[in-house]
Design a protein around this ligand. Structure first.
Ligand SMILES: [Zn+2]
Length: 289
């Protein structure tokens, strides 16, 4: 599943290509992934692209200034591919089928055709992803948006707020706490393992056992790994991202994720991998206590 840096990269790709584009037609090849009436948005222009956690929110305006929104969640295996003769093309998302496969292909679930002739394809091999059309009222009532936690790269995410969230979850191990999207939005397996490494905290520790200093270190580490992830266009090796020919390179600088058996970048001991609550978990048994 894409995490915050990957969805942020997708958002930036869309911002540089689809703003002010007019939707001419929508071809829905698998009805269950498209929730809402496609007719409502034909002729609308895309006015903004936003992100909350791992959810993309695209605002639309028609000639009478009616505001509607498209929300897109890629879930496990979603891809977005932008094809154009005049603008930079990109393909972002899960690596299967390969992002350079001819499209449409058998994983293509919906196609947006813009008046310019550009196209946006939504592919999803396992079909957990979705596209929804919502008006402003419905958008406010979206269960995801009502429950999603704080955005960790905004000024709203202060160390005081993080301490407050931590103090309410003392009996939860630290890794599942970080993966809980209702606490801090956008962290998944990769960035959670990386943040815990830099904070020198063992992933199975209970939140309640963390000292104040450890909580502060974790706060700083979360921001550091997510910022690095955004700066490097996310991680492409296991999953995501090509944008105008660039490939996400975060995993080249990952300290623990997918590095089991390789030497720790700090102490040289081999990185360990365990399964913790069903998630592959990477850490240094020497540095992380
Ligand atoms: Zn180490």
């Amino acid at each position: 599943m894409p995490e915050l840096p990957e969805v942020e990269t997708i958002k930036r790709g869309l911002l540089s290509t689809v703003i002010d584009q007019k939707i001419q037609s929508i071809d829905v090849l698998l009805p269950k992934i498209f929730i809402g009436n496609t007719e409502l948005i034909l002729g609308s222009y895309i006015s903004s692209v936003d992100r909350k956690g791992k959810l993309l929110i695209i605002a639309l305006e028609d000639s009478s200034n009616v505001r509607l929104f498209l929300t897109i969640h890629l879930k496990m295996t979603g891809q977005l591919l932008f094809k154009s003769e005049t603008r930079p093309e990109f393909a972002l998302g899960h690596p299967i089928p390969p992002l350079k496969s001819p499209i449409p292909n058998k994983s293509t679930r919906a196609i947006f055709v813009f008046e310019s002739g550009d196209r946006l394809y939504f592919n999803d091999i396992r079909t957990f992803g979705y596209i929804k059309v919502l008006d402003e009222e419905r958008l406010k009532l979206e269960p995801f948006l009502l429950t999603v936690g704080v955005e960790p790269l905004t000024p709203e995410f202060t160390v005081e707020l993080f301490k407050k969230l931590v103090s309410r979850s003392v009996k939860v191990p630290v890794k599942p706490f970080l993966l809980d999207q209702t606490k801090v939005a956008g962290l998944g397996n990769i960035y959670t393992d990386e943040a815990l490494f830099w904070a020198k905290i063992h992933p199975t520790r209970l939140i309640g056992s963390l000292s104040e200093e450890e909580v502060e270190r974790l706060y700083i580490s979360i921001r550091k790994v997510l910022t690095d992830g955004v700066d490097t266009l996310g991680s492409s090796k296991s999953s995501y991202v090509t944008l105008a020919g660039k490939v996400g390179s975060f995993l080249e600088k990952a300290a623990v994720y997918q590095r089991a058996g390789l030497p720790c970048v700090v102490c040289g001991n081999p990185i360990l991998r365990i399964s913790f609550r069903g998630r592959g978990t990477h850490f240094c048994g020497n540095c992380q206590k």
